[in-house]
Design a protein around this ligand. Structure first.
Ligand code: IFM
Length: 449
């Protein structure tokens, strides 16, 4: 038995997302997404990269699934491209889009891999963005219709379902920064987008139950742990605001049926226009879910300051030994702390839906990719998952981001997170050392020191 044995019910997987791997951006009737539009604007994405071809998973999924099988991956997370199913976002359904996901999922199942389907991983149909995107309250119904179509098409084949992924990126990133599609910058809009997103999530959960879809449903958040850099009351309060901005702003409405009152008040005092919230909205948002998907990459270290309005804090570069290629600090203890904080606040069943690192990978002359830094990252973080599990966090499974190198949003293809290397010129796939290492972890249901 491995020293860090995760127990017989634990599952091991990897994750990916439609826009980041599929390519075929305008094939077989697919409509344009906000990320297609964003990438095609010069200067938005590093090196002018686009998702037009990506890893060409759309055509090469049988090869990719064969690699997953070779590695022993038990669960594979994928997302559904909304504009592949509804080219105009609503109305007309594209049968070829449905066919594609049916084929992918059937191939996974034939190979003994459990699919984990996320409905929304950021590729909103551009046609809906033209109508206001997440700022238009009608999106709750549009997302509901899309969800129903997907539930009906894939019913009985999928055990794990995710509604929306990383609400903070969709609303703060998309509506309060320039480097994430649709590239709007207005904090009040970000909060409105977030509120509509939470309602859309709740509507999808309702429809999931109405349709007797089977399996389990949850949503996926990324929860960095925030630490104040000193014990001063100002820094401690700033850290608390940062934490609530990521965690409580989305999870309190879901698990407690209300927004966090102190952060709400703070925003009011800083001139933010807050969304109108009704009792009915909160009831919808707090539809019970089966699990919480939790992503973790690094920790935030903050002090009070005025760099980040309206939170009024500054991010401080911590004194840690490793930073990834994204410039993110490697702070495994933050993983344990954030899992335990979520446990203390809400105590949900959790699935680690993403954890991983971008490092610059060198392909050796013999073709081998000796990515020891990634192995070290995964090993150190898995130990923290184990510790949280031992201390009572209800963690059902763990998934690496990502099965393969892919399109890292505004960084294009310059950042590599994969267990499998992609040569973007030839599209050749090569399993990295981390892939073989993870395969062993799966085989042993854990690892030794
Ligand atoms: O690539 C992203 C993914 O799409 C969402 N979670 C974080 C990953 C790394 O940045």
């Amino acid at each position: 038995m491995a020293k860090y044995d995760f127990g017989k019910d634990f599952f091991w997987g990897t994750s990916a997302a439609s826009f980041q791997i599929e390519g075929a951006w305008n094939e077989d009737g697919k409509g344009e997404s906000i990320w297609d539009r964003f990438c095609h604007i010069p200067g938005k994405v590093d090196n002018g990269d686009t998702g037009d071809v990506a890893c060409d998973h759309y055509h090469r999924y049988p090869e990719d699934i064969a690699i997953m099988k070779q590695l022993g991956i038990q669960v594979q997370r994928l997302s559904i491209s909304w504009p592949r199913i509804y080219p105009d976002g609503k109305g007309r359904i594209n049968p070829k889009g449905i066919e594609f996901y049916e084929k992918v999922i059937d191939t996974m199942l034939e190979n003994g891999i459990e699919p984990f389907v996320v409905l929304y991983h950021w590729d909103l149909p551009q046609k809906l963005q033209d109508l206001g995107g997440w700022l238009n309250p009608e999106i709750v119904n549009w997302f509901g219709d899309f969800s129903r179509t997907v539930f009906q098409a894939l019913k009985g084949k999928v055990k794990y379902w995710g509604t929306v992924l990383e609400p903070h990126v969709i609303c703060y990133g998309g509506y309060d920064s320039y480097d994430t599609a649709p590239g709007i910058k207005d904090f009040s809009s970000a909060l409105l987008a977030g509120h509509n997103l939470l309602k859309a999530h709740g509507r999808a959960v309702q429809i999931f139950r109405e349709e007797n879809t089977g399996g389990e449903i949850g949503l996926i958040t990324c929860l960095p742990m925030t630490y104040p850099v000193t014990d001063s009351p100002e820094d401690v309060a700033a850290a608390e605001r940062n934490d609530k901005h990521y965690r409580a702003w989305f999870l309190d409405p879901i698990f407690k049926g209300k927004y966090p009152a102190d952060l709400w008040k703070w925003y009011e005092e800083h001139g933010i226009v807050l969304p109108e919230v009704t009792e009915e909205d909160l009831k919808l948002i707090s539809e019970p879910i089966d699990f919480l998907g939790t992503n973790y990459y690094s920790a935030d270290f903050v002090k009070a300051g005025d760099k980040s309005w309206p939170l009024m804090l500054e991010q401080v570069k911590p004194d840690v030994d490793v930073f990834t290629d994204m410039g993110w600090n490697v702070y495994p203890k933050g993983f344990y702390d954030t899992l335990m904080r979520t446990k203390e606040e809400y105590d949900p069943k959790m699935v680690i839906t993403e954890n991983g690192a971008a490092f610059y990978d060198v392909v050796n002359r013999d073709g081998r990719i000796a990515d020891d830094s990634r192995i070290e990252y995964l090993y150190r973080h898995l130990k923290e998952v184990y510790r949280a599990k031992q201390d009572g966090a209800k963690i059902a499974g763990y998934m690496v981001w990502s099965i393969m190198d892919n399109f890292e949003w505004s960084h294009g293809y310059s950042k590599r997170f994969g267990l499998v290397h992609i040569d973007y010129k030839t599209l050749k796939r090569t399993i990295k050392d981390s892939g073989y290492w993870y395969s062993n972890v799966i085989k042993n249901n854990g690892f030794e020191d």
